[in-house]
Design a protein around this ligand. Structure first.
Ligand code: AMP
Ligand code: MG
Length: 487
Protein backbone atom coordinates (compact mmCIF):
# COMPACT_ATOMS: atom_id res chain seq x y z
CA UNK A 1 0.00 0.00 0.00
CA UNK A 2 1.17 3.48 -0.85
CA UNK A 3 0.62 6.85 0.75
CA UNK A 4 -0.59 9.65 -1.50
CA UNK A 5 2.87 11.16 -1.81
CA UNK A 6 4.36 7.85 -2.91
CA UNK A 7 2.83 7.64 -6.39
CA UNK A 8 5.43 7.10 -9.12
CA UNK A 9 4.98 9.39 -12.12
CA UNK A 10 6.15 8.80 -15.66
CA UNK A 11 4.50 11.42 -17.88
CA UNK A 12 4.90 9.87 -21.28
CA UNK A 13 2.21 11.92 -23.03
CA UNK A 14 3.53 15.21 -21.65
CA UNK A 15 6.92 14.34 -23.15
CA UNK A 16 5.42 14.35 -26.65
CA UNK A 17 5.62 18.10 -26.34
CA UNK A 18 3.66 21.28 -26.92
CA UNK A 19 2.19 20.25 -30.27
CA UNK A 20 0.11 17.70 -28.35
CA UNK A 21 -0.86 19.46 -25.15
CA UNK A 22 -0.50 22.66 -23.18
CA UNK A 23 0.68 23.10 -19.62
CA UNK A 24 -2.25 24.34 -17.48
CA UNK A 25 -2.64 24.34 -13.70
CA UNK A 26 -5.92 23.20 -12.11
CA UNK A 27 -8.13 25.96 -10.78
CA UNK A 28 -9.04 25.05 -7.18
CA UNK A 29 -12.61 24.51 -6.00
CA UNK A 30 -13.91 26.29 -2.88
CA UNK A 31 -14.15 24.09 0.22
CA UNK A 32 -13.30 20.80 -1.52
CA UNK A 33 -14.65 17.65 0.14
CA UNK A 34 -14.89 13.99 -0.63
CA UNK A 35 -18.22 12.92 -2.07
CA UNK A 36 -17.33 9.33 -2.92
CA UNK A 37 -14.27 7.23 -3.70
CA UNK A 38 -13.92 3.81 -5.26
CA UNK A 39 -11.88 1.32 -3.22
CA UNK A 40 -11.41 -0.81 -6.33
CA UNK A 41 -9.98 2.16 -8.24
CA UNK A 42 -7.78 3.13 -5.29
CA UNK A 43 -6.33 -0.38 -5.46
CA UNK A 44 -5.28 0.22 -9.09
CA UNK A 45 -2.89 2.86 -7.76
CA UNK A 46 -1.91 0.71 -4.74
CA UNK A 47 -3.54 3.34 -2.51
CA UNK A 48 -4.91 2.47 0.91
CA UNK A 49 -8.67 3.24 0.69
CA UNK A 50 -8.44 5.05 4.04
CA UNK A 51 -6.43 7.92 2.50
CA UNK A 52 -9.56 9.03 0.62
CA UNK A 53 -10.89 10.37 3.93
CA UNK A 54 -7.84 12.56 4.61
CA UNK A 55 -8.03 16.32 3.91
CA UNK A 56 -5.06 16.18 1.55
CA UNK A 57 -6.98 13.81 -0.73
CA UNK A 58 -9.74 16.37 -1.31
CA UNK A 59 -7.09 19.07 -1.76
CA UNK A 60 -5.23 17.07 -4.41
CA UNK A 61 -8.32 16.12 -6.39
CA UNK A 62 -10.06 19.44 -5.78
CA UNK A 63 -7.24 21.32 -7.54
CA UNK A 64 -5.52 22.85 -4.47
CA UNK A 65 -2.38 20.75 -4.34
CA UNK A 66 -0.25 19.00 -6.89
CA UNK A 67 2.55 16.47 -6.75
CA UNK A 68 5.90 17.97 -7.74
CA UNK A 69 6.25 15.26 -10.42
CA UNK A 70 2.79 15.82 -11.95
CA UNK A 71 2.82 17.77 -15.23
CA UNK A 72 -0.78 18.86 -15.78
CA UNK A 73 -1.57 19.17 -19.49
CA UNK A 74 -4.65 19.98 -21.56
CA UNK A 75 -4.63 17.73 -24.64
CA UNK A 76 -5.59 18.96 -28.10
CA UNK A 77 -7.83 16.88 -30.36
CA UNK A 78 -10.71 17.36 -32.79
CA UNK A 79 -13.52 15.10 -33.93
CA UNK A 80 -16.74 14.46 -35.73
CA UNK A 81 -19.66 15.65 -33.62
CA UNK A 82 -23.10 14.42 -34.72
CA UNK A 83 -21.59 13.63 -38.12
CA UNK A 84 -19.97 17.01 -38.78
CA UNK A 85 -16.28 17.76 -38.38
CA UNK A 86 -15.20 20.20 -35.64
CA UNK A 87 -11.60 21.20 -36.42
CA UNK A 88 -10.51 21.90 -32.89
CA UNK A 89 -11.69 20.51 -29.59
CA UNK A 90 -9.42 19.44 -26.75
CA UNK A 91 -9.55 19.22 -22.97
CA UNK A 92 -11.78 22.21 -22.32
CA UNK A 93 -12.32 21.40 -18.68
CA UNK A 94 -10.14 18.43 -17.91
CA UNK A 95 -6.43 18.01 -17.35
CA UNK A 96 -4.16 15.06 -17.68
CA UNK A 97 -2.36 15.48 -14.35
CA UNK A 98 0.20 12.86 -15.23
CA UNK A 99 0.77 9.15 -15.66
CA UNK A 100 1.60 6.90 -12.74
CA UNK A 101 2.57 3.28 -12.66
CA UNK A 102 1.61 0.81 -9.98
CA UNK A 103 3.50 -2.06 -8.38
CA UNK A 104 2.25 -4.43 -11.08
CA UNK A 105 3.86 -2.12 -13.66
CA UNK A 106 0.55 -0.87 -15.12
CA UNK A 107 0.41 2.75 -16.22
CA UNK A 108 -2.62 4.84 -15.36
CA UNK A 109 -3.45 8.35 -16.58
CA UNK A 110 -4.77 10.58 -13.82
CA UNK A 111 -7.26 12.90 -15.49
CA UNK A 112 -9.02 15.58 -13.46
CA UNK A 113 -12.33 16.61 -15.00
CA UNK A 114 -13.81 19.98 -14.05
CA UNK A 115 -10.37 21.49 -13.36
CA UNK A 116 -11.00 24.94 -14.88
CA UNK A 117 -10.43 26.80 -18.12
CA UNK A 118 -7.84 25.78 -20.69
CA UNK A 119 -6.93 27.08 -24.17
CA UNK A 120 -9.57 24.60 -25.45
CA UNK A 121 -12.49 25.79 -23.33
CA UNK A 122 -14.14 27.64 -26.26
CA UNK A 123 -17.36 29.11 -24.78
CA UNK A 124 -17.30 26.92 -21.68
CA UNK A 125 -16.35 27.72 -18.08
CA UNK A 126 -14.00 24.77 -17.59
CA UNK A 127 -16.18 23.36 -14.84
CA UNK A 128 -18.19 20.20 -14.24
CA UNK A 129 -21.19 20.14 -11.92
CA UNK A 130 -21.73 17.70 -9.05
CA UNK A 131 -24.61 16.01 -10.90
CA UNK A 132 -22.59 15.04 -13.97
CA UNK A 133 -19.51 14.14 -11.93
CA UNK A 134 -21.54 11.69 -9.85
CA UNK A 135 -23.06 10.22 -13.00
CA UNK A 136 -19.64 9.69 -14.57
CA UNK A 137 -18.25 8.18 -11.37
CA UNK A 138 -21.13 5.75 -10.89
CA UNK A 139 -21.28 4.75 -14.55
CA UNK A 140 -17.61 4.04 -15.05
CA UNK A 141 -17.33 1.89 -11.95
CA UNK A 142 -20.67 0.15 -12.63
CA UNK A 143 -19.74 -0.68 -16.24
CA UNK A 144 -16.46 -2.11 -15.09
CA UNK A 145 -18.26 -4.30 -12.54
CA UNK A 146 -20.51 -5.59 -15.33
CA UNK A 147 -17.46 -6.60 -17.33
CA UNK A 148 -17.86 -3.79 -19.89
CA UNK A 149 -14.54 -2.09 -20.73
CA UNK A 150 -14.58 1.47 -19.40
CA UNK A 151 -12.45 4.27 -18.07
CA UNK A 152 -12.44 4.13 -14.27
CA UNK A 153 -13.16 6.73 -11.60
CA UNK A 154 -11.17 7.24 -8.42
CA UNK A 155 -13.33 9.82 -6.68
CA UNK A 156 -15.67 12.77 -6.85
CA UNK A 157 -14.75 15.94 -4.98
CA UNK A 158 -17.61 18.35 -4.24
CA UNK A 159 -17.36 22.04 -3.42
CA UNK A 160 -19.08 25.36 -2.74
CA UNK A 161 -17.99 26.84 -6.09
CA UNK A 162 -21.10 28.10 -7.92
CA UNK A 163 -21.46 26.94 -11.51
CA UNK A 164 -24.20 28.14 -13.87
CA UNK A 165 -26.06 25.67 -16.05
CA UNK A 166 -29.84 25.86 -16.56
CA UNK A 167 -29.79 26.91 -12.91
CA UNK A 168 -27.08 27.52 -10.34
CA UNK A 169 -25.33 24.34 -9.32
CA UNK A 170 -22.08 23.46 -7.53
CA UNK A 171 -18.78 22.61 -9.15
CA UNK A 172 -17.14 19.24 -8.65
CA UNK A 173 -14.21 17.29 -10.01
CA UNK A 174 -14.00 13.65 -10.93
CA UNK A 175 -10.65 11.89 -11.12
CA UNK A 176 -10.71 9.58 -14.10
CA UNK A 177 -8.29 6.71 -14.66
CA UNK A 178 -7.48 5.08 -17.99
CA UNK A 179 -4.41 3.53 -19.57
CA UNK A 180 -4.67 6.29 -22.16
CA UNK A 181 -6.80 9.35 -22.87
CA UNK A 182 -6.05 9.28 -26.59
CA UNK A 183 -9.20 9.46 -28.70
CA UNK A 184 -10.00 8.84 -32.36
CA UNK A 185 -10.12 12.64 -32.51
CA UNK A 186 -6.41 12.92 -31.71
CA UNK A 187 -5.57 11.21 -34.97
CA UNK A 188 -8.13 13.28 -36.83
CA UNK A 189 -6.66 16.51 -35.48
CA UNK A 190 -3.17 15.88 -36.86
CA UNK A 191 -4.55 14.48 -40.11
CA UNK A 192 -6.83 17.41 -40.90
CA UNK A 193 -4.35 20.08 -39.75
CA UNK A 194 -1.82 18.41 -42.07
CA UNK A 195 0.90 17.78 -39.51
CA UNK A 196 2.35 14.49 -40.75
CA UNK A 197 5.33 14.51 -38.40
CA UNK A 198 3.25 14.86 -35.28
CA UNK A 199 0.76 12.39 -36.63
CA UNK A 200 3.53 9.83 -37.07
CA UNK A 201 4.81 10.62 -33.58
CA UNK A 202 1.33 10.00 -32.17
CA UNK A 203 0.95 6.74 -34.08
CA UNK A 204 4.33 5.51 -32.79
CA UNK A 205 3.37 6.50 -29.27
CA UNK A 206 0.11 4.55 -29.37
CA UNK A 207 1.70 1.54 -31.06
CA UNK A 208 4.62 1.33 -28.64
CA UNK A 209 2.72 1.95 -25.44
CA UNK A 210 -0.67 0.40 -26.08
CA UNK A 211 -0.33 -2.12 -28.91
CA UNK A 212 3.27 -3.38 -28.56
CA UNK A 213 2.31 -6.89 -29.76
CA UNK A 214 1.40 -5.36 -33.16
CA UNK A 215 5.07 -4.49 -33.67
CA UNK A 216 5.66 -8.18 -34.42
CA UNK A 217 3.22 -8.08 -37.35
CA UNK A 218 4.36 -7.41 -40.94
CA UNK A 219 2.27 -4.21 -41.01
CA UNK A 220 2.21 -2.93 -37.42
CA UNK A 221 -0.14 0.02 -38.02
CA UNK A 222 -2.62 -2.14 -39.85
CA UNK A 223 -2.46 -4.73 -37.07
CA UNK A 224 -3.12 -1.95 -34.57
CA UNK A 225 -6.12 -0.66 -36.51
CA UNK A 226 -7.53 -4.20 -36.73
CA UNK A 227 -7.15 -4.55 -32.98
CA UNK A 228 -8.98 -1.24 -32.44
CA UNK A 229 -11.79 -2.48 -34.72
CA UNK A 230 -12.01 -5.73 -32.75
CA UNK A 231 -12.07 -4.03 -29.37
CA UNK A 232 -14.79 -1.62 -30.48
CA UNK A 233 -16.90 -4.46 -31.87
CA UNK A 234 -16.63 -6.25 -28.55
CA UNK A 235 -17.32 -3.17 -26.43
CA UNK A 236 -20.41 -2.22 -28.42
CA UNK A 237 -21.66 -5.83 -28.33
CA UNK A 238 -21.54 -5.57 -24.55
CA UNK A 239 -23.38 -2.22 -24.56
CA UNK A 240 -26.14 -3.75 -26.67
CA UNK A 241 -26.33 -6.97 -24.66
CA UNK A 242 -26.63 -5.07 -21.36
CA UNK A 243 -28.78 -2.17 -22.58
CA UNK A 244 -26.25 0.64 -22.23
CA UNK A 245 -26.85 3.76 -24.30
CA UNK A 246 -23.80 6.07 -24.50
CA UNK A 247 -25.64 9.05 -25.91
CA UNK A 248 -22.80 11.06 -27.51
CA UNK A 249 -20.74 8.77 -29.72
CA UNK A 250 -18.79 11.59 -31.32
CA UNK A 251 -15.30 10.56 -32.44
CA UNK A 252 -13.75 12.77 -29.77
CA UNK A 253 -15.49 10.56 -27.21
CA UNK A 254 -14.14 7.31 -28.64
CA UNK A 255 -11.06 5.87 -26.98
CA UNK A 256 -8.28 4.25 -29.02
CA UNK A 257 -8.31 1.52 -26.36
CA UNK A 258 -11.89 0.44 -27.08
CA UNK A 259 -13.16 1.41 -23.66
CA UNK A 260 -16.35 3.30 -22.79
CA UNK A 261 -15.31 6.91 -22.45
CA UNK A 262 -16.66 10.42 -21.75
CA UNK A 263 -19.96 9.95 -20.02
CA UNK A 264 -22.65 12.49 -20.75
CA UNK A 265 -26.40 11.86 -20.99
CA UNK A 266 -25.89 8.06 -21.02
CA UNK A 267 -28.59 5.66 -19.77
CA UNK A 268 -29.24 2.02 -19.16
CA UNK A 269 -32.52 0.83 -20.64
CA UNK A 270 -35.30 0.23 -18.17
CA UNK A 271 -38.01 -1.09 -20.53
CA UNK A 272 -36.48 -2.61 -23.62
CA UNK A 273 -36.68 -0.05 -26.42
CA UNK A 274 -34.47 -0.45 -29.47
CA UNK A 275 -35.22 3.14 -30.53
CA UNK A 276 -34.44 4.72 -27.18
CA UNK A 277 -32.65 8.10 -27.37
CA UNK A 278 -31.09 9.04 -24.06
CA UNK A 279 -29.73 12.43 -25.12
CA UNK A 280 -32.58 14.89 -25.44
CA UNK A 281 -30.49 17.12 -27.73
CA UNK A 282 -30.20 14.24 -30.22
CA UNK A 283 -33.28 15.18 -32.24
CA UNK A 284 -32.65 12.78 -35.08
CA UNK A 285 -31.74 9.82 -32.94
CA UNK A 286 -28.29 9.52 -34.46
CA UNK A 287 -27.12 7.90 -31.22
CA UNK A 288 -30.25 5.94 -30.41
CA UNK A 289 -29.76 2.56 -28.75
CA UNK A 290 -29.90 0.45 -31.91
CA UNK A 291 -27.92 2.98 -33.96
CA UNK A 292 -24.92 2.49 -31.72
CA UNK A 293 -23.96 -0.54 -33.80
CA UNK A 294 -23.68 1.20 -37.23
CA UNK A 295 -22.31 4.35 -35.57
CA UNK A 296 -19.48 2.25 -34.14
CA UNK A 297 -18.54 1.42 -37.71
CA UNK A 298 -18.99 5.02 -38.87
CA UNK A 299 -16.61 6.18 -36.15
CA UNK A 300 -14.04 3.55 -37.09
CA UNK A 301 -14.26 4.75 -40.71
CA UNK A 302 -13.52 8.29 -39.52
CA UNK A 303 -10.46 6.96 -37.72
CA UNK A 304 -9.51 4.95 -40.82
CA UNK A 305 -9.59 8.14 -42.91
CA UNK A 306 -7.14 9.73 -40.49
CA UNK A 307 -4.85 6.69 -40.81
CA UNK A 308 -4.65 6.78 -44.62
CA UNK A 309 -1.10 8.25 -44.48
CA UNK A 310 0.05 5.00 -42.83
CA UNK A 311 -2.16 2.24 -44.23
CA UNK A 312 -3.48 1.54 -47.74
CA UNK A 313 -7.15 2.26 -48.34
CA UNK A 314 -7.79 -1.34 -49.39
CA UNK A 315 -6.29 -2.72 -46.20
CA UNK A 316 -8.28 -0.24 -44.09
CA UNK A 317 -11.50 -1.24 -45.86
CA UNK A 318 -10.78 -4.89 -45.29
CA UNK A 319 -10.16 -4.27 -41.57
CA UNK A 320 -13.38 -2.25 -41.32
CA UNK A 321 -15.17 -5.21 -42.85
CA UNK A 322 -14.32 -7.20 -39.72
CA UNK A 323 -16.44 -4.97 -37.51
CA UNK A 324 -19.96 -6.18 -38.18
CA UNK A 325 -19.31 -9.95 -38.18
CA UNK A 326 -17.23 -9.60 -35.02
CA UNK A 327 -19.91 -7.50 -33.37
CA UNK A 328 -22.58 -10.05 -34.30
CA UNK A 329 -20.55 -12.97 -33.00
CA UNK A 330 -19.83 -11.28 -29.66
CA UNK A 331 -23.39 -10.10 -29.28
CA UNK A 332 -24.95 -13.47 -30.02
CA UNK A 333 -22.51 -15.18 -27.70
CA UNK A 334 -23.47 -12.83 -24.86
CA UNK A 335 -27.18 -13.15 -25.53
CA UNK A 336 -26.95 -16.93 -25.56
CA UNK A 337 -25.29 -16.77 -22.20
CA UNK A 338 -27.94 -14.37 -20.91
CA UNK A 339 -30.53 -16.95 -22.00
CA UNK A 340 -28.62 -19.65 -20.16
CA UNK A 341 -27.54 -21.49 -23.30
CA UNK A 342 -24.19 -23.24 -23.48
CA UNK A 343 -24.33 -24.47 -27.07
CA UNK A 344 -24.94 -22.72 -30.40
CA UNK A 345 -27.75 -23.41 -32.85
CA UNK A 346 -28.53 -21.64 -36.13
CA UNK A 347 -31.90 -20.38 -34.91
CA UNK A 348 -30.54 -18.69 -31.77
CA UNK A 349 -30.31 -15.30 -33.47
CA UNK A 350 -34.00 -15.52 -34.38
CA UNK A 351 -34.87 -16.62 -30.85
CA UNK A 352 -33.17 -13.50 -29.45
CA UNK A 353 -34.73 -11.18 -32.03
CA UNK A 354 -38.21 -12.53 -31.41
CA UNK A 355 -37.84 -12.06 -27.66
CA UNK A 356 -36.66 -8.46 -28.08
CA UNK A 357 -39.65 -7.69 -30.34
CA UNK A 358 -42.03 -9.04 -27.73
CA UNK A 359 -40.29 -7.09 -24.97
CA UNK A 360 -40.39 -3.94 -27.06
CA UNK A 361 -44.12 -4.27 -27.71
CA UNK A 362 -44.93 -4.86 -24.05
CA UNK A 363 -42.40 -2.51 -22.41
CA UNK A 364 -40.80 -5.31 -20.43
CA UNK A 365 -37.97 -4.45 -18.05
CA UNK A 366 -34.83 -5.54 -19.89
CA UNK A 367 -32.64 -6.32 -16.88
CA UNK A 368 -35.18 -8.00 -14.63
CA UNK A 369 -36.52 -10.25 -17.37
CA UNK A 370 -33.17 -12.01 -17.80
CA UNK A 371 -32.52 -12.14 -14.09
CA UNK A 372 -35.86 -13.79 -13.41
CA UNK A 373 -35.47 -16.17 -16.31
CA UNK A 374 -32.57 -17.68 -14.37
CA UNK A 375 -34.33 -17.79 -11.00
CA UNK A 376 -36.20 -21.01 -11.70
CA UNK A 377 -36.32 -23.91 -14.14
CA UNK A 378 -37.06 -22.55 -17.62
CA UNK A 379 -40.63 -23.88 -17.85
CA UNK A 380 -41.56 -22.33 -14.49
CA UNK A 381 -39.80 -19.05 -15.15
CA UNK A 382 -41.58 -18.41 -18.44
CA UNK A 383 -44.95 -19.11 -16.83
CA UNK A 384 -44.26 -16.48 -14.20
CA UNK A 385 -42.83 -13.93 -16.66
CA UNK A 386 -45.76 -14.35 -19.02
CA UNK A 387 -47.86 -11.77 -17.14
CA UNK A 388 -45.50 -8.98 -18.24
CA UNK A 389 -46.41 -9.46 -21.89
CA UNK A 390 -49.36 -8.04 -23.78
CA UNK A 391 -49.14 -10.40 -26.75
CA UNK A 392 -49.72 -13.60 -24.80
CA UNK A 393 -50.00 -15.86 -27.84
CA UNK A 394 -46.74 -14.43 -29.14
CA UNK A 395 -45.03 -14.96 -25.82
CA UNK A 396 -46.36 -18.51 -25.48
CA UNK A 397 -44.96 -19.40 -28.88
CA UNK A 398 -41.60 -17.95 -27.91
CA UNK A 399 -41.64 -19.69 -24.52
CA UNK A 400 -42.33 -23.03 -26.17
CA UNK A 401 -39.38 -22.58 -28.53
CA UNK A 402 -37.19 -21.44 -25.67
CA UNK A 403 -37.98 -24.27 -23.28
CA UNK A 404 -37.47 -26.82 -26.07
CA UNK A 405 -34.14 -25.14 -26.87
CA UNK A 406 -33.09 -25.30 -23.20
CA UNK A 407 -34.04 -29.00 -23.06
CA UNK A 408 -31.75 -29.68 -26.04
CA UNK A 409 -28.96 -27.54 -24.67
CA UNK A 410 -26.95 -29.84 -22.45
CA UNK A 411 -26.66 -31.72 -19.24
CA UNK A 412 -26.65 -29.59 -16.15
CA UNK A 413 -28.50 -29.31 -12.88
CA UNK A 414 -30.95 -26.52 -12.12
CA UNK A 415 -28.47 -25.25 -9.58
CA UNK A 416 -25.78 -24.95 -12.23
CA UNK A 417 -28.13 -23.24 -14.64
CA UNK A 418 -29.16 -20.67 -12.04
CA UNK A 419 -25.59 -19.93 -10.98
CA UNK A 420 -24.45 -19.59 -14.57
CA UNK A 421 -27.31 -17.27 -15.53
CA UNK A 422 -27.03 -15.14 -12.43
CA UNK A 423 -23.32 -14.68 -13.12
CA UNK A 424 -24.14 -12.91 -16.41
CA UNK A 425 -27.54 -11.34 -15.64
CA UNK A 426 -27.20 -8.44 -13.21
CA UNK A 427 -29.82 -7.71 -10.60
CA UNK A 428 -28.64 -4.14 -10.13
CA UNK A 429 -27.89 -1.67 -12.90
CA UNK A 430 -27.40 2.10 -12.84
CA UNK A 431 -30.96 3.12 -13.60
CA UNK A 432 -31.37 6.84 -14.24
CA UNK A 433 -33.81 7.26 -11.38
CA UNK A 434 -31.38 5.63 -8.92
CA UNK A 435 -28.63 8.01 -10.04
CA UNK A 436 -31.12 10.89 -9.72
CA UNK A 437 -32.03 9.96 -6.13
CA UNK A 438 -28.35 9.85 -5.19
CA UNK A 439 -27.72 13.21 -6.90
CA UNK A 440 -30.64 14.92 -5.19
CA UNK A 441 -29.36 13.80 -1.77
CA UNK A 442 -25.77 14.79 -2.62
CA UNK A 443 -26.88 18.24 -3.79
CA UNK A 444 -28.25 18.83 -0.30
CA UNK A 445 -25.01 17.62 1.29
CA UNK A 446 -25.89 13.98 2.01
CA UNK A 447 -23.39 11.71 0.27
CA UNK A 448 -24.56 8.45 1.86
CA UNK A 449 -26.85 7.54 -1.02
CA UNK A 450 -24.14 7.94 -3.70
CA UNK A 451 -21.84 5.79 -1.61
CA UNK A 452 -24.46 3.11 -1.03
CA UNK A 453 -25.48 3.00 -4.69
CA UNK A 454 -21.82 2.73 -5.74
CA UNK A 455 -21.37 -0.19 -3.31
CA UNK A 456 -24.45 -2.02 -4.59
CA UNK A 457 -23.40 -1.55 -8.22
CA UNK A 458 -19.91 -2.83 -7.54
CA UNK A 459 -21.42 -6.34 -7.15
CA UNK A 460 -24.22 -6.25 -9.72
CA UNK A 461 -24.62 -10.01 -10.04
CA UNK A 462 -24.82 -10.76 -6.31
CA UNK A 463 -28.13 -10.49 -4.50
CA UNK A 464 -27.43 -8.20 -1.53
CA UNK A 465 -29.46 -8.36 1.67
CA UNK A 466 -31.59 -5.28 2.33
CA UNK A 467 -30.96 -3.79 -1.13
CA UNK A 468 -34.24 -4.83 -2.79
CA UNK A 469 -35.12 -1.23 -3.58
CA UNK A 470 -32.15 -1.00 -5.97
CA UNK A 471 -33.50 -3.85 -8.07
CA UNK A 472 -36.86 -2.27 -8.84
CA UNK A 473 -38.31 -0.90 -12.03
CA UNK A 474 -38.48 2.90 -11.99
CA UNK A 475 -41.43 4.64 -10.34
CA UNK A 476 -43.52 6.78 -12.70
CA UNK A 477 -41.46 9.95 -12.10
CA UNK A 478 -38.27 8.05 -12.88
CA UNK A 479 -39.30 6.69 -16.27
CA UNK A 480 -37.79 8.33 -19.34
CA UNK A 481 -36.02 11.05 -17.38
CA UNK A 482 -34.70 13.65 -19.78
CA UNK A 483 -30.98 14.01 -19.35
CA UNK A 484 -29.61 17.21 -20.80
CA UNK A 485 -26.24 17.50 -22.44
CA UNK A 486 -25.23 20.29 -20.03
CA UNK A 487 -22.78 18.95 -17.55
P1 AMP B 1 -18.29 16.61 -24.28
O1 AMP B 1 -19.59 16.80 -24.98
O2 AMP B 1 -18.37 16.66 -22.78
O3 AMP B 1 -17.55 15.40 -24.74
O4 AMP B 1 -17.39 17.87 -24.65
C1 AMP B 1 -17.11 18.30 -25.97
C2 AMP B 1 -16.06 19.36 -25.92
O5 AMP B 1 -16.51 20.51 -25.18
C3 AMP B 1 -14.75 18.95 -25.26
O6 AMP B 1 -13.71 19.60 -25.93
C4 AMP B 1 -14.91 19.47 -23.85
O7 AMP B 1 -13.68 19.70 -23.21
C5 AMP B 1 -15.66 20.78 -24.08
N1 AMP B 1 -16.45 21.18 -22.92
C6 AMP B 1 -17.58 20.60 -22.45
N2 AMP B 1 -18.04 21.25 -21.37
C7 AMP B 1 -17.19 22.28 -21.14
C8 AMP B 1 -17.12 23.31 -20.16
N3 AMP B 1 -18.03 23.44 -19.21
N4 AMP B 1 -16.08 24.17 -20.24
C9 AMP B 1 -15.15 24.07 -21.20
N5 AMP B 1 -15.17 23.13 -22.15
C10 AMP B 1 -16.17 22.22 -22.13
MG1 MG C 1 -15.93 14.57 -24.70
Amino acid sequence: MKALDELTFDNRFARLGDAFSTHVLPEPLDAPRLVVASDAAMALLDLDPAVAETPVFAELFGGHKLWAEAEPRAMVYSGHQFGGYTPQLGDGRGLLLGEVYNQAGEHWDLHLKGAGMTPYSRMGDGRAVLRSSIREFLASEALHALGIPSSRALCVIGSDTPVWREKQERGAMVLRLAHSHIRFGHFEYFYYTKKPEQQAQLAEHVLNLHYPECREQPEPYLAMFREIVERNAEMIAKWQAYGFCHGVMNTDNMSILGITFDFGPFAFLDDFDAHFICNHSDHEGRYSFSNQVPIGQWNLSALAQALTPFISVDALKEALGLYLPLYQAHYLDLMRRRLGLTTAEDDDQALVERLLKLMQNSGVDYTLFFRRLGDEPAALAVTRLRDDFVDLAGFDAWAERYTARVARDGEYTEEQRRARMHAVNPLYILRNYLAQNAITAAESGDYSEVRRLHEVLSKPFEEQAGMEQYAQRPPDWGKHLEISCSS
